[in-house]
Write a protein that binds this ligand. Structure first.
Ligand code: ADP
Length: 174
């Protein structure tokens, strides 16, 4: 059943021993603040090296797109790096771009046959996307994808802050 395939947790995503954690990266894939910085610090140099190799090939990772690297020293096997949209008021394709981050991350997980994927609340930190609206996009996109695909088996929404956690709890009827 779809409901058992979505989990909600409050915590630090770098601690999760899942098949893949998703990173709310920036277009340079060079690490930064927030969850991106935490993931790069915990994963160590191998992650950075693989990100640099990808950037050498593609130049930059545009908003909405996703790429995959190893997990380095993280308990997670892989990191899926996706670039969320910066919130500019909602009329610059922000909802579509945010939807694409979840969809493209899940597509990559499916291609690599990854069964468990943990997502942070993409764009709701430094990129200022309103938390309630971002959560609606995240939950509906994950539900649609899981409804149409058997892999990944499980999506885990990892909320760092209590406000996001409460929003997801309500949206997921938990
Ligand atoms: P963005 O630039 O996409 O807004 P941020 O990293 O600033 O990315 O924030 C995205 C979300 O990640 C925020 O809701 C923030 O609270 C959360 N976050 C920050 N650190 C962690 C962490 N270690 N684990 C999970 N989520 C985190």
């Amino acid at each position: 059943m779809l409901k058992n395939r979505i989990e909600l947790v409050q915590g630090d995503i770098t601690k999760f021993g899942v098949d893949a954690i998703v990173n709310a990266a920036n277009s340079s894939l060079m690490g930064g603040g927030g969850v991106d910085g935490a993931i790069h610090r915990a994963a160590g140099p191998k992650l950075h090296e693989e990100c640099m190799e990808i950037i050498k090939k593609i130049g930059r990772c545009p908003a909405g797109e996703a790429v995959i690297t190893c997990g380095g020293k993280l308990p997670a096997k892989y990191v899926i790096h996706t670039v969320g949209p910066v919130w500019h008021g909602g009329h610059k394709n922000e909802p579509e771009l945010l939807e694409n981050t979840y969809k493209n991350s899940l597509e990559l997980a499916k291609e690599h046959k990854l069964q468990s994927v943990a997502f942070p609340n993409i764009s709701t930190g430094i990129y200022s996307y309103p938390k309630g609206e971002a959560a609606e996009v995240a939950v509906s996109t994950a539900k649609n994808f899981l409804g149409q695909n058997e892999i990944p088996e499980k999506v885990i929404f990892v909320c760092y802050d209590l406000e996001n956690y409460s929003i997801y709890k309500r949206l997921l009827n938990l």
